[in-house]
Design a protein. Structure first.
Length: 126
């Protein structure tokens, strides 16, 4: 294997590993926000900003109309009838963009819950 191929392979591994770190920090931030831990929440926000500066982006996809062509994993679907809307994000999509001249690369697919048109407002969340 050439040095260039080895470096590209290592960069791919690092992006995948860092996408896991991004998701973990996102989860901690959500819990800290829910539990009122402002110091932890702010620390997570700063860390996510640093990862953003390195080219990583997260997308929760909340409120979007779901279509089967979307690159998301629907973990649970509530209600019936279209349109289905992404109502909860369990794991955000993670993208990596090397520079502004290249398209963002999807590193991790989002895992979401969708709600159909006939879902009652009082339905419980997973």
């Amino acid at each position: 294997m050439s040095d260039e191929n080895s470096m590209n392979s290592r960069l791919a591994l690092d992006r995948n590993l860092l996408s896991e770190v991004v998701v973990d920090i996102w989860r901690i931030q959500k819990r800290a926000l829910r539990d009122g831990c402002e110091t932890v929440q702010l620390g997570c926000e700063r860390t996510l900003e640093h990862l953003h500066d390195l080219g990583f982006r997260i997308d929760e996809m909340l409120g979007r109309t779901y279509s089967p062509q979307m690159r998301v994993r629907v973990v649970h679907q509530e209600g019936e009838g279209e349109p289905f809307v992404i109502s909860e994000c369990l794991i955000p999509a993670v993208y990596y963009q090397n520079d502004e001249h290249t398209a963002p690369e999807l590193i991790r697919v989002a895992e979401v819950i969708t709600k159909g048109e006939s879902t009652k407002d009082g339905a419980s969340d997973c």
